[in-house]
Design a binder for this molecule. Structure first.
Ligand SMILES: [Zn+2]
Length: 122
């Protein structure tokens, strides 16, 4: 499945909905999150529709590698690469996944801890 009409991220990739671009590559698109949780927060998505990280298959290898490269290049261009950043994939309702199109959160620009509810179990 390459394009899902009711998917807002498919529509962003197609240019039907606006976004603030970070990077654009052959297989990926990166744009700033509308509700940032840190000074730098952008999303990396594949241009083709993949529901979520649980649906990634061996045939998606090239796309996945490009997603990580786009995350790294975006982090470098935004000046957060040297201090580090967090990469997050959410799957399903317990994770609060809100858009059913695979997306990687790239979050940085500040010191992070674990969010409430996911602290290490002692
Ligand atoms: Zn989609």
């Amino acid at each position: 499945m390459n394009f899902v009409v009711e998917c807002i991220f498919c529509r962003i990739v197609a240019g039907d909905l606006p976004s603030r671009q970070v990077l654009s590559t052959d297989h990926t698109y990166a744009f700033f999150d509308l509700n940032p949780v840190a000074p730098v927060h952008f999303l990396v998505i594949p241009r083709v529709h993949i529901d979520n990280a649980a649906c990634v298959e061996p045939g998606h290898g090239e796309i996945m590698a490009e997603m990580f490269a786009t995350a790294r290049n975006g982090a470098e261009s935004l000046g957060i690469a040297s201090d580090g950043y967090r990469l997050v994939f959410n799957v399903g309702r317990h994770s609060l996944n809100s858009v059913n199109h695979l997306h990687m959160h790239v979050i940085g620009g500040q010191q992070m801890g674990w969010p409430p509810g996911v602290e290490p179990i002692r």
